[in-house]
Design a protein around this ligand. Structure first.
Ligand SMILES: *Cc1c(COP(=O)(O)O)cnc(C)c1O
Length: 381
């Protein structure tokens, strides 16, 4: 079986976890939680990093601190894993769905067009002309490791007091090389960035997440809200509704060890991507999805694009590869069509549908072997 994506736990994970077990620091306090936060902050260049139980919790807390309230609206891409969409509903806000650009990301130009033409700025806030509701935040999701183009979108959102929560869950390690944010990591440009360390991400803690922010007040509030909002820890005084969204020391220990290998993983993933690309270019009617030329990508996931002239469509190709024990997966179902969200506003969504139909993600584990890559290519040819 060649899986789509599996983690590799072959470094200091064993040593650091053993230390947690030996010292009995297994729960939500201990040196590794602090160390993991500090190392992620150092790596990404964010001023603050706050560990969470998973990436979805990181999104939920960021939305609360961003000031998203009941009945507000949040701008989101239709094409994303569903976590950021669900998180908006956790704060009882509504969704406005946007289309995708050629890199699967929220289409910045169309989003700008929407903000300029379909909203008004009044008393310090942006309101949707159609619904009359306040648009308090936007969640650009850096899909498949690809950085969202933010040069024009970020200044406009700042001007319009729309808080920016970058879901950089899939793009840890991706940094801009061109434009106003050159050298910055994804997740460090908006008001918040969120990361996940789920088992299928580029590095994993089994399950875990992180909030990034440069704002000290936001960082303090994030720590407070994720740890049950303790105002007096000894006498159990709580002045707000808190959450049990902490990461445990054992999982943070795995994270510290994984992070030591991230740059190596990225370079291996890049070289595997190029191997696939070179071979797939020679196959009629198949291409490997391009990565943006304005960023150094982390090459998290490889999207195979199937042209209409290819003998098999996405479903048939997935089935055929499955018969050879090669696991592949379609990209997500468009969220503006999902049952719970079908009544929400969506703005000129076209490209998303085309991308979904023609994309199949192919095996991309860091330690996929050359012979496994060759077998995938042979079965595509
Ligand atoms: C995986 C993922 C998440 C959620 O992370 P969890 O840790 O599984 O809660 C959020 N957003 C995106 C884009 C993801 O791919």
């Amino acid at each position: 079986m060649i899986p789509l994506s599996v983690p590799s736990i072959k470094g200091n994970e064993w040593k650091y976890v053993k230390e947690c077990l030996d010292t009995e620091w297994v729960s939500s306090a201990g040196k590794y939680v602090d160390l993991f936060e500090q190392k992620i902050a150092e790596y990404t260049g964010a001023k603050h990093a706050i560990a969470t139980v998973n990436g979805t919790a990181a999104l939920h807390i960021s939305l609360i601190i961003a000031g998203v309230e009941t009945d507000d609206e949040v701008i989101v891409p239709s094409l994303t894993f569903i976590a950021p969409i669900n998180a908006v509903k956790y704060v009882n806000a509504n969704l406005v769905f946007m289309d995708s650009d050629k890199y699967y990301n929220i289409d910045s130009a169309k989003t700008i067009e929407f903000i300029k033409n379909e909203t008004i700025f009044r008393d310090g806030f942006t309101y949707n002309k159609k619904s009359g509701k306040r648009i308090s935040a936007i969640i650009p999701v850096h899909i498949l490791g690809n950085a969202v183009w933010l040069d024009e979108l970020v200044p406009l959102c700042k001007e319009r007091n729309i808080k920016i929560i970058e879901d950089s869950t899939e793009s840890l390690g991706t940094r801009y090389t061109k434009g106003d944010f050159a050298s910055k990591h994804t997740g460090t440009i908006g008001d918040f960035g969120t990361i996940s360390f789920n088992g299928n991400k580029i590095i994993t803690t089994g399950g875990g997440g992180m909030i990034l922010t440069d704002n000290e007040k936001f960082a303090k509030k994030a720590k407070y809200l994720t740890t049950q909002a303790k105002d007096d820890e000894i006498r159990y005084v709580h002045n707000a509704v808190g959450y049990n969204y902490r990461m445990t020391n054992v999982l943070a220990a795995i994270g510290v060890a994984q992070l030591e290998k991230l740059d190596k993983y990225i370079s291996i993933k890049k070289s595997n991507f190029l191997k696939y690309k070179e071979a797939i270019e020679k196959i009629d009617s198949l291409t490997l999805a391009d990565v943006p030329d304005y960023a150094n990508n982390n090459y998290w996931m490889y999207g195979l694009q199937i042209d209409e002239n290819y003998p098999l469509d996405r479903e048939r190709l997935m089935k055929k590869l499955g018969e050879y024990k090669i696991q592949t997966r379609p990209i997500w179902y468009p969220n503006h069509l999902q049952k719970p969200f079908a009544k929400c506003e969506s703005y000129k969504i076209e490209n998303t549908l085309k991308l979904v139909d023609k994309t199949l993600n192919i095996p991309c584990s860091v330690y996929i072997s050359n012979s496994e890559i060759e077998l995938v290519i042979e079965k595509l040819s």
